[in-house]
Design a protein around this ligand. Sequence first.
Ligand SMILES: NC(=O)c1ccc[n+]([C@@H]2O[C@H](COP(=O)([O-])OP(=O)(O)OC[C@H]3O[C@@H](n4cnc5c(N)ncnc54)[C@H](O)[C@@H]3O)[C@@H](O)[C@H]2O)c1
Ligand SMILES: [Zn+2]
Ligand SMILES: [Zn+2]
Length: 367
Amino acid sequence: METVAVTLDSVGGPVQVETLDLSEPLDGEVLVKMGAAGICHSDQHAITGQHGAKLPCVLGHEGAGEVVAVGPNVKAIRVGDRVALNWVPSCGTCFYCARQQQHLCSDSTERIWSGLLADGTSRISRNGDPILHYCGISTWSEHMVVAEVSCRRIPDAVPYEVAALIGCGVATGVGAAIHRGKISEGDTVVVVGAGGVGLSAVMGARMAGAERIIAVDLAAEKKHLSTDLGATDFVAADDGAIDAVLSFTEGRGADVVIEAIGDTALQESWLRAVRPGGTMVLVGVPSTSDETRFISADLIRSEKTIKGSYYAATDTGKAIDDLCAAYIQKRLPIDRLISKRVAIEDIQEAIDAMLTGTEGRTVITFE
Ligand SMILES: NC(=O)c1ccc[n+]([C@@H]2O[C@H](COP(=O)([O-])OP(=O)(O)OC[C@H]3O[C@@H](n4cnc5c(N)ncnc54)[C@H](O)[C@@H]3O)[C@@H](O)[C@H]2O)c1
Ligand SMILES: [Zn+2]
Ligand SMILES: [Zn+2]
């Protein structure tokens, strides 16, 4: 069959919207008709080369839709199922899966960066030449073949656009707040960068009972969105931002600071806003070659902890279930994170909108 999809042929772009060939799902694979797909900054990192994705590929790693065909030996997923797509499904048997760190699954990690499905080949092609599967799920496409294990069934009460965002930005931000920040009731939390991931960390901090949640962003437009999603304060990201945060805490600093941009200079400077004994969570991803430098004596004497946070920071399939439940229970106002909807043909407009820093999350909606 044919599908209209967004391809990236070389680092620097541009991305192109074109009609590609999609072959039938093979063993353990299913065909998904996409309902919605989100635009995450990690897709932009693939375009700039910051993340070194294998090319050419179909981009997109936030998506949800309906299963419209299944290949041989598909066990748990049926035609008609509504699913969110998971870019790190757990294999269940590797070193990490056996230790309840399923989001670090070595089997999945190896596969997603290869751009190939489990049998080592691709289902997508252009004039007979293979095109790779970004993150194993390539959601910027009307239809896509994915592994059965990449699908997580979702309740009818969760719209596709909400489920798509749960598939990366929301799971990542909430995971950074709850599983890595270990935010608890009464905490003071700073989230640096109020994009899709940062605003999800704000929602996660609110859900965890933080008392004060300070969102920091360059874009003044983020004030309204971040306070709407649970921030108690908004600080403009200027030279006085760290001092402003310190002044909220009698000079001590916050219990948890989450960096959700991926800028090494910000990672270094915002450590000053962490209180002694507190935690800095790094969830924004700089270029793979960038180094971040910290003064180790400061870390030792003040017992500050710096942690990375990857994807849901817990079993991602289970996280999708839990986040869907929290959305239905109105504890996570994910629909208010969506600030713009576009057709797939307008993908460049959506990427440009993200780069202005003024949007929450933009989603591609499919007919
Ligand atoms: N750790 C993970 O598993 C994981 C998963 C998804 C995304 N990410 C990363 O998280 C980061 C954020 O992704 P996103 O989709 O939320 O991006 P986004 O583009 O939606 O948001 C980025 C936000 O940062 C703000 N910003 C940029 N520079 C700033 C500065 N100097 N000071 C203050 N604010 C600034 C922008 O205005 C914008 O609001 C990216 O690096 C992305 O690759 C990591
Ligand atoms: Zn992402
Ligand atoms: Zn595994």
